[in-house]
Design a protein around this ligand. Structure first.
Ligand SMILES: *Cc1c(COP(=O)(O)O)cnc(C)c1O
Length: 364
């Protein structure tokens, strides 16, 4: 049987997208390589160095350490692991990780696997972490404070400078999760990167807004010694240590990340950000026209309080949409999400809402 993958023409809530053609090509060419064994696969290993140096450039860090992970989940797990090791070396036996409620669920996996306690801090009315609540919860046991730069549900950026200085006051590490936001934030006014904030470790995924093929996540560290916390000896390989969580891993993600970044950084990503943001603002206005409560986009992600019935009807029409924890419909304006796609989505939305819209007399 020859199965076909789904198309992207109705995918509105995914944080992944069609890889750029050069990224797809590179992924195919490097499919049978394993950067987990650099002694045997030196070409892809060199590409990984290039990927990390380009990710550093995007995230404002000269001489970055890091590696291309399987995704944001692995990068976040590894950041927690680094912090746990640092905390242990300071004599902390029951380390905690302080994270906003807007943090990604991958930190729950990390806490579970690594046996650290996750302390969840509330966000404010604009879905950004409440610094007063962070100050209340951070203490001598805190190994890591997490800030989000482009939250999964609302695309919000936490006050990262302040968050980082609270972390450092307590000798904890500071991690920024820019898994989705990292390839759009350079074109905004947000303070998010290594040059602008005291971040120690960062997650930034080429396989989301970076338009690389899956699997291409990124872990960056300010100081290469942080990676040493992850290193284990590798007796049967030519290289002596490995910092990754996975062993054998696909070179496809590494090669496609480099290809995408060489093709698109910075001009292509900047243009994509402008298009995506214009689409998000356009869609937010249409939702408002239809009297929905909208969370205004700060990055190219929009939510609106569409009813359960309408949501289900749109899904039945084939729209690949999802909801936030609070139940709002969420649209991520990824590169494949075009204006005409959104227009046809809004046409469908209008059909279901014509009853609920009292002033739409003589409308469509
Ligand atoms: C998508 C996402 C992740 C998880 O990344 P995967 O590549 O799906 O493992 C982590 N953090 C944020 C903010 C994300 O948007």
């Amino acid at each position: 049987m020859q199965a076909e993958p789904q198309g992207f023409d109705r995918v509105l809530s995914s944080m992944c997208t069609e890889p750029h053609p050069v990224a797809r090509d590179a992924a195919e060419r490097f499919l049978a390589t394993n950067p987990g064994d650099p002694g045997t696969y030196p070409a892809v290993s060199e590409l990984e160095d290039r990927a990390i140096s380009m990710l550093g450039e995007i995230a404002g860090l000269d001489d970055p350490g890091g590696y291309v992970a399987s995704g944001g989940t692995e990068a976040n797990i590894q950041a927690v692991r680094i912090a746990r090791e640092r905390a242990r070396s300071r004599g902390i036996e029951t380390p905690t990780v302080v994270m906003p409620e807007s943090g990604h669920f991958s930190f729950k996996k990390a806490a579970d696997i690594l046996d650290v306690t996750l302390t969840i801090v509330p966000t404010d009315g604009d879905h950004r972490v409440r610094l007063d609540a962070v100050r209340e919860r951070v203490d001598a046991e805190t190994a890591l404070v997490v800030g989000v730069a482009g939250s999964t549900e609302y695309g919000r950026v936490d006050p990262l400078r302040e968050l980082g200085s609270i972390a450092h006051e307590y000798d904890a590490l500071f991690h920024v999760d820019a898994a989705w936001g990292g390839f759009v934030l350079p074109f905004t006014d947000h303070a998010w990167n290594f040059a602008e904030t005291p971040v120690d470790t960062m997650t930034i995924d080429p396989h989301k807004m970076g338009q690389a093929a899956i699997p291409a996540g990124g872990l960056l560290v300010r100081d290469a010694s942080l990676l040493d916390e992850l290193a284990v000896n590798t007796p049967y390989l030519e290289t002596t240590a490995q910092a990754t969580l996975t062993g054998t891993r696909s070179g496809a993600g590494v090669a496609s990340a480099v290809a995408a970044m060489e093709e698109l950084w910075p001009g292509g990503y900047a243009a994509q950000y402008e298009r995506s943001m214009a689409n998000a603002e356009w869609l937010a206005n249409r939702f408002s026209d239809l009297r929905y409560e909208v969370v205004e986009p700060s990055l190219p992600l929009v939510t609106a309080d569409v009813t359960r019935e309408t949501f289900d009807a749109l899904r039945a029409d084939g729209w690949r949409i999802s909801r936030t924890g609070a139940g709002e419909l969420r649209v991520v304006c990824m590169p494949h999400v075009s204006r005409s796609m959104l227009e046809s989505f809004v046409d469908d939305l209008r059909r279901y809402e014509s009853v609920a819209e009292p002033t739409a007399i003589g409308g469509d």
